[in-house]
Write a protein that binds this ligand. Structure first.
Ligand code: ADP
Ligand code: MG
Length: 368
């Protein structure tokens, strides 16, 4: 099922007389393809849950439309939209067994959708096997781990064969190991069922690893939509560049002057046809090459060996953060005791952003 959001906007009225309305979602346009897993990513409070609540009909939009395929569902009540929902807190019925929890949504089906006892059991058993909780059917939620509870919640969302599956930070309550395991499970289940899915998270690594495409949001406004790698390689502004990637991108104050990119007084890249301006220079951790002849000289604070890679921690006065972190191959010879480290840069790992607008600024590197 394709899901289309057109100019979707949600304003919450101000509390008290002086306050301003909160625009939780501001003119969002998203086309989610049939069978796609779309990651909705952004910091807390940026409007992710509001988008989900609009799609499932728990909230009514201030403006805009929601289409499922060709159908405009904007005015449709939630129970008629065919949505499966999973939240952070699993919200299982504590007094019911796993089987009863999964059966619950089926028991309230009316009219044509109504199933026989036999059909319900068969469906619940099949979904339980899909999420691998079929051995736990007689337990109560209190007798399950967090990961198992979340699987039951997913089974309960899937059992009605929803047209769209919405997951709102479903892994937040799990410990680190279970989070990894459960996100792989969600990906597998989503691919096996082919259900169009929207997965909300504030964790960029989670979104990157699980999504076909990602939507990055900030303060209710969509910043960028694309495949995870494409956004990482080609961020549209400083916010997106900083939000994606671990370790994060390193940001310097810099300047383009006469086709030269300066960080401090060091000319770190030779450019062509690039207008003069004050910029932020974003350099991915893998964009630094230790090079005795390199122009960017930093004060070395530490060298951490991580097996295949080496992480160099250093400082520079034009840095926006207290320290930078470069990831280099362990083949590189680095002295742990050195006080300074010089780098040359991989141009495709360097991004420039206007110092005022923080929008991406294109540049071309002079060959040779
Ligand atoms: P996220 O899920 O990304 O953390 P939300 O969608 O929950 O963000 O919230 C987006 C913004 O809308 C926040 O500023 C939040 O305070 C505000 N908000 C959410 N729900 C309401 C509400 N019912 N009334 C007023 N403001 C709300
Ligand atoms: Mg939320």
């Amino acid at each position: 099922m394709n899901v289309t959001l057109q100019n979707l906007t949600k304003r919450f009225p101000a509390r008290g007389k002086k306050g301003e309305d909160v625009v939780a979602v501001n003119a969002a346009n998203i086309e989610i393809k049939d069978g796609e897993l779309l990651g909705l990513l952004g910091p807390s409070g940026c409007g992710k849950s509001t988008v989900l609540n609009l799609i499932c009909g728990l909230l009514a939009p201030s403006e805009g439309q929601i289409l499922f395929g060709e159908d405009d569902v904007t005015e449709l009540p939630p129970e008629r939209r065919g949505i499966g929902l999973v939240f952070q807190n699993y919200a299982l019925y504590p007094h019911l067994t796993v089987l009863q929890n999964i059966l619950f949504p089926l028991e309230n089906l009316k009219g044509e959708a109504k199933l026989t006892k036999e059909e319900m059991r068969e469906r619940a058993t099949r979904i339980a096997a899909l999420v691998q909780i079929d051995g736990l059917m007689d337990r109560r939620p209190s007798e399950l781990s967090g990961g198992q509870q979340q699987r039951v919640a997913i089974a309960r969302a899937l059992v009605k064969m929803p047209r769209v599956l919405l997951l709102d930070e479903p892994l937040s309550n799990l410990d680190a190991r279970l989070r990894l395991q459960t996100r792989e499970e969600i990906r597998r289940i989503q691919q096996e069922t082919g259900i169009t899915t929207i997965f909300v998270t504030h964790d960029q690594e989670e979104a990157m690893s699980i999504s076909d495409r990602i939507v990055v949001m900030k303060s209710g406004v969509i910043q960028q939509i694309g495949q995870p790698q494409a956004i990482y390689d080609d961020p549209c502004n400083l916010f997106v560049a900083k939000f994606l990637g671990t370790p994060p991108i390193n940001v310097f104050r810099g300047e383009v002057r006469e086709n030269c990119l300066y960080i401090g007084e060091a000319a770190v890249l030779h450019l062509k046809d690039t207008p003069d301006r004050a910029v932020y220079v974003g350099i991915r951790p893998e964009g630094f090459v230790p090079d005795e002849a390199g122009a960017l000289v930093c004060r070395q604070k530490g060298v951490e060996i991580m097996g295949r890679d080496v992480s160099v921690v250093a400082t520079h006065e034009a840095l926006e953060a207290p320290a930078l972190r470069a990831i280099v191959s362990s083949d590189q010879k680095l002295s742990r005791k050195a006080e300074a480290v010089a780098f040359s840069l991989k141009p495709h790992k360097v991004f420039l952003f206007d110092r005022e607008s923080e929008e991406r600024v294109p540049f071309a590197v002079k060959e040779g």
